[in-house]
Design a protein. Structure first.
Length: 276
């Protein structure tokens, strides 16, 4: 669901949506209210949880740094700072028309119900979430449930898989290059070759993303009816909502890329902890 990352990320978003004048940008308070009503503030804050897998990207065991790693990840992925950064980015590119469109839907009874379950899913324990999601997905497949197709159409509506692949690759490239520059990884490859190598794995990534998406959706929307999901799909298929998601997800991945890059550059400050 996410636009391509890179040094020209915000220029890319502007190109897609057209130039947005400063007069069209919403005020900070309006954007913060928008983030709350859509649940995007929780989505941004939850990035900190995923940061615990960071060292694995360079072949390190996250546990090897122990409490030092937790402290560093909490500092680099500070939720308040990430949300403030998201507000600034959105103010630069989100026209009032799209801000109002997104807030109107997510402020509706169905929208608020969706935000409630999505927020809970974002902050749930990953082990519990994916175990239950896998169980539910298995049941839906056995029943040949319409929900499986609805979940897939929801992903298609916001272009989730292909843009996620490009974004994940970019995050990995920036993380690994920063780790090499900091001297905490001896990964001997050029940035161009690394990007090509990772993109060669795109078919496998695509399968994993699609499976994980089904599992995550099965968990997140487990208490919603088929009718509610059909209405949600219709809302996601609206072109304006597509633009809203394009901006929000571009912002989310840009923040992730920058933070992981910073994280990798600071791994040199950590020392492996020895068991007593």
């Amino acid at each position: 669901m996410l636009p391509r990352l890179g040094p020209t990320m915000m220029a890319f978003v502007l190109l897609v949506l057209g130039a947005v004048s400063a007069a069209q940008a919403a005020e900070e308070q309006e954007i913060r209210e928008f983030l709350k009503v859509t649940g995007f503030d929780v989505a941004i804050a939850s990035i900190q949880q995923g940061a615990m897998a960071g060292p694995a990207l360079t072949g390190e065991d996250p546990d090897v740094f122990g409490r030092q790693w937790v402290k560093l990840a909490e500092e680099v992925f500070d939720p308040d700072e990430m949300i403030s950064e998201a507000v600034e980015m959105i103010a630069a590119v989100m026209p009032d028309e799209l801000l109002d469109h997104g807030a109107a839907f997510y402020g509706s009874p169905l929208g608020q119900r969706l935000v409630e379950v999505e927020n809970e899913s974002h902050m749930a324990d990953d082990t519990v979430k994916y175990a239950e999601g896998e169980r539910l997905t298995g049941e839906l497949l056995k029943q040949n449930s319409i929900r499986i197709e609805l979940f897939r159409e929801m992903g298609t509506a916001i272009g989730s898989t292909e843009t996620a692949i490009r974004s994940i690759v970019e995050i990995q490239v920036r993380y690994l290059m920063a780790a090499v520059a900091a001297g905490v990884s001896d990964f001997d490859i050029s940035e161009e070759d690394l990007r090509l190598m990772l993109m060669e794995q795109s078919d496998e990534m695509r399968k994993n993303i699609e499976v994980n998406s089904l599992v995550a959706n099965a968990y997140a929307y487990r208490d919603l009816s088929d009718e509610e999901l059909i209405d949600y799909l219709a809302a996601l298929q609206d072109p304006k909502m597509g633009q809203v998601y394009e901006i929000l997800n571009a912002v989310q991945y840009q923040i992730m890329a920058e933070r992981y890059e910073t994280l990798a550059s600071r791994l040199v400050d950590l020392q492996p902890e020895q068991e007593l």
